[in-house]
Design a binder for this molecule. Structure first.
Ligand code: EPZ
Length: 418
């Protein structure tokens, strides 16, 4: 396992390009299963999660080529069954999304409790409910897994009692080839879902309402495939903006989509930060004392839970006290005790809420990255801290961020992979 060694306290400067969206690429790969034609993905982030998701497809018999950096072609015509390798499914929550196309195409798939970031229980009840609404039979099998069967999925009305991003995406993909009309009620609004629908419709699918709470899908017999360029990763862009703010650096984040960050930008402005927005860039203005604000995470377009970890770090450097209310996951605030070891003053009120008293100077420490987003948040804290930090076991960071140290070194950060 490799570590990051970080010398904190440096002001950073320069440009930080954002990679393609991880949480779109993982679903685009799943969409490749819906068509016998070859899909060509570009602007794909070269990260562990993408490699894992492609590995599952390859193990199922798909032909995957990697002609150049960030470009993959996928042909799933040779795939004959939906039997996914358990050891790979256990590494990746996004593998759940594969069950939608696999069930639609092969009429049989196993749904097990997927792995991925330890940020909460990550239940799959909404998936079982969705597949049953599409006519699948669900049988529990040993090992906390379910066998799903359906000769041919038929359209149905799926009401999500709570918003689920991958739940929405999985059912949308399954419904594309189902017989008849499917309605997803209380669907997630994330921009990646709209992008997926635009790609699928361009190749014969009939999806309307993606990006709204009601998505309607008219099933078709078959769809084609073609080129799919990944949109910028809004989570990477947001975490990099907070990395600049926490290190009092003026940095330009490029190749991003500012309109996906309107709510976080409003909150950062309330803290006193200043930005210059370009069509595909955000320049973080020169440092000024930041004021504390309260944050409540919410489904898109609210303050997205994936930015909460870095925001918690940023608030330790802001003047005053703030309440961070993480409404989506019950295990996403426990990394606060690592920040306290670095000198922060954070009180964990309950699994969903912390109160932060700032500003507190941070000291370098030897720490471990618990998940992708907390990993980048701790790296941000290490860059803002005085002295040297070692982040052990950085695989969780490599799951979500490509060539991170290379991009940070270009800004003058003192970071090395050991
Ligand atoms: C997606 O996870 C993202 N992952 C997460 O990003 C993101 O944090 C999350 O959406 C919320 O925006 C991918 O897209 C691969 P949910 P997902 O289903 O779909 C509960 C990252 O760092 N729920 O929207 O798994 C669940 O427990 C990752 O990139 C059920 O109760 O999240 C949570 O409380 C981390 N039953 C809430 O819904 C279910 O069957 C929202 O979860 C499914 C979910």
């Amino acid at each position: 396992m490799s570590d990051f060694i970080i010398e904190g306290g440096q002001r950073l400067a320069g440009e930080l390009p954002v990679a393609g969206a991880k949480n779109l690429a993982l679903k685009a790969i799943a969409a490749a299963l819906l068509s016998p034609e070859t899909m060509r993905l570009s602007n794909v982030p070269e990260i562990e999660d993408v490699k894992r998701q492609l590995e599952i497809l390859t193990r199922l018999g798909a032909e995957v080529s990697h002609p150049e950096h960030g470009v993959y072609t996928i042909s799933t015509a040779p795939v004959r069954s939906g039997a996914m390798p358990r050891e790979l499914v256990n590494k990746l929550r996004a593998s759940t999304v594969l069950t939608g196309p696999l069930l639609a195409r092969f009429g049989k798939v196993e749904l097990s409790h997927p792995g991925g970031c330890k940020i909460g229980r990550r239940p799959i009840d909404l998936f079982l409910r969705g597949f049953q609404a599409l006519g699948a039979e669900v049988k529990e099998v040993p090992g906390k897994a379910y066998q799903l069967r359906a000769k041919r999925l038929r359209g149905g009305r799926i009401v999500f009692p709570k918003v689920s991003v991958t739940g929405t995406e999985t059912m949308m993909l399954a419904a594309v080839l189902a017989e008849g009309k499917t309605e997803l009620v209380n669907a997630a609004l994330e921009p990646e879902i709209g992008e997926l629908a635009v790609y699928l419709n361009a190749h014969g699918a009939r999806i309307s309402g993606a990006g709204t709470p009601l998505i309607t899908i008219e099933g078709v017999a078959e769809i084609g495939a073609g080129s799919f360029v990944m949109m910028p990763d809004r989570i990477e862009a947001g975490t990099f903006i907070m990395l600049a703010l926490a290190t009092a650096s003026s940095v330009t984040i490029t190749r991003c989509e500012p309109k996906h960050l309107e709510v976080p930008l409003a909150l950062w402005r309330d803290m006193g930060a200043e930005f210059e927005l370009g069509p595909a860039s955000v320049t973080v203005g020169k440092a000024r004392a930041l004021q504390a604000v309260d944050v409540k995470t919410h489904e898109y377009p609210g303050f997205v839970t994936d930015l909460q970890s870095s925001m918690t770090v940023l608030l330790t450097q802001a003047q005053g006290h703030s309440l961070v209310h993480e409404t989506i996951f019950e295990g996403r605030l426990f990394f606060a005790d690592i920040l306290n070891q670095m000198g922060a003053d954070i009180t964990l009120c309950d699994p969903h809420r912390v109160i932060i008293q700032g500003p507190t100077p941070l000291e370098g420490r030897t720490i471990e990255a618990p998940d992708a987003r907390a990993g980048l948040a701790l790296l941000t804290a290490a860059l803002a801290a005085k002295g040297t930090s070692t982040i052990k076991n950085i695989y969780p960071i490599d799951r979500g961020y490509e060539r991170l140290e290379e991009r940070l070194l270009a800004l003058g950060a003192h970071i090395q992979r050991a």
